[in-house]
Design a binder for this molecule. Structure first.
Ligand code: ACO
Ligand code: OAA
Length: 394
């Protein structure tokens, strides 16, 4: 309950609700840091497996620990047969993010220790979820196309294996590297909506699977991870450079959003977009089709110009803007763009669940329970008197 004069922070923008050692998002400086390491350094030098390890275990892995971690990922990747059988009963037009979200509690069903709330178990479940998210999405894509799921190849890295399990072809090293970098860039982002959802569920001491399923649901929305698919749909709708100005102007003037632009925290640009932009161009060059990169650039410039005119402020592309054209050039189906985000972000969610439940920095995490202002009805000055069914107006 609120008191008169209380300020209502819809969206909790800028309201600190926890301390975290996992990630710094510095909106003013346009800086992103995972456990002390700048994202630019990580994108250039680290693999997704190293980053996932860093997020979960709080340090970069020495060689042997990384080898063990990769072996655990490979060992945990195969899906329970009954889960694959269940996927075969789903309608082919089911949304992939719904499929992914539904599979998370199914994995819990097949884990006899799901209810073990120890830190060791949470870490083990985390590795299992990181291993299986790509397997679930690749299996689902093949099943909906009438194909059998594929087992991973132990000699491939996480990113390359996802592409292999999806397409049945081992990706070329450059494409595999780009996908790996995309996974590094999407792994973590402090208290974004999906991570907050996962932490909020974990704060009730629910298990890792319950928190991860909440994360998937939150990420699916078009204002969050779902924006990458919406960016590509927008570019396809526009279709040609000479239609960009009209499309962007009419959208912004009607008070509608240009997807992939703007950010709740970065007001001077998203550092991940700066890394992804050249990757999107290079993937376009590699496939001999720069059309979507160039169309994106035209949208970005026009949106910034019209936004400045309308609001007197700058707007920049976010991580979802260039990942869209990068994935499209890689041949990833549009409805799998957001699942690719989830395949990476599961590592951040898991690190946050562990922090929330076992490793919180001071002040110690608490069950999330914000307040709300009641603006509903009373019947006069008092609560309403209960009306029996026969006396209610029809
Ligand atoms: C991984 C991620 O989740 S990154 C974000 C992915 N989402 C998108 O790309 C969807 C498009 N972008 C947006 O909707 C927004 O930029 C958000 C929700 C991400 C962040 O919004 P915020 O900056 O926190 O706040 P807010 O919604 O108040 O934006 C400020 C103003 O800019 C406008 N604005 C922000 N982004 C956009 C946009 N992409 N297109 C048009 N207008 C926009 C808002 O409508 C608002 O206008 P108003 O003051 O007249 O109401
Ligand atoms: O932090 C946010 O609000 C959204 C975001 O960029 C992310 O989750 O990667």
């Amino acid at each position: 309950m609120t008191e008169p004069g209380d300020i209502i922070n819809t969206g909790l923008r800028g309201v600190p609700v926890a301390s975290t050692r996992i990630c710094l998002v510095d909106g003013k400086a346009g800086k992103l840091v995972y456990r002390g390491y700048n994202i630019t350094e990580l994108a250039e030098n680290a693999t997704f497996e190293e980053v996932a390890y860093l997020l979960l275990f709080e340090h970069l892995p020495p060689e042997k620990e990384l080898a063990d971690f990769k072996a655990q990922l490979t060992q945990k990747t195969p899906l329970p047969g009954q889960l694959v059988a269940a996927l075969k009963t789903r309608p082919a037009n089911a949304l992939p993010m719904d499929i992914l979200q539904a599979c998370v509690p199914m994995l819990a069903n097949h884990d006899p220790e799901a209810g073990d709330l120890s830190r060791e178990k949470a870490t083990d479940t985390a590795i299992g979820l990181i291993a299986r998210f790509p397997a679930i999405m690749a299996a689902w894509h093949r099943i909906r196309n009438g194909l059998e799921p594929l087992a991973p190849k132990p000699e491939l890295g996480h990113a390359a294996n996802f592409l292999f399990m999806l397409t049945g072809e081992t990706p070329d090293p450059e494409t595999a590297k780009f996908m790996d970098t995309c996974l590094v860039l999407h792994a973590e982002h402090s208290f974004n909506a999906s991570t907050f959802s996962a932490r909020q569920v974990a704060s009730s001491r629910a298990h890792m699977y319950a928190a991860a399923a909440a994360g998937v649901g939150s990420l699916s929305g078009e204002l969050h991870g779902g924006a990458n698919a919406r960016v590509m749909q927008m570019l396809l709708d526009i279709g040609a450079l000479d239609r960009v100005d009209n499309y962007v102007e009419s959208r912004l003037k009607a008070g509608e959003k240009v997807m992939g632009m703007g950010h709740a925290v970065y007001k001077n640009g998203d550092p991940r977009a700066a890394i992804l932009a050249p990757m999107s161009r290079q993937m376009g060059e590699k496939t001999g089709n720069l059309k979507w990169y160039e169309l994106g650039e035209a949208v970005r410039k026009k949106a910034a110009e019209v936004f400045r005119e309308l609001k007197g402020a700058e707007i920049y592309p976010n991580v979802d803007f260039y990942s869209a054209t990068t994935y499209y050039a890689m041949g990833i189906p549009i409805d799998l763009f957001t699942p690719v985000f989830a395949i990476s972000r599961i590592s951040g969610w898991c690190a946050h669940v562990i922090e929330e439940q076992f490793a919180g920095a001071a002040p110690k995490p608490a069950l999330y329970r914000p307040a709300s202002e009641y603006v509903g009805e009373y019947c006069g000055p008092e609560e309403c008197e209960f009306v029996p069914m026969e006396k209610r107006p029809s």
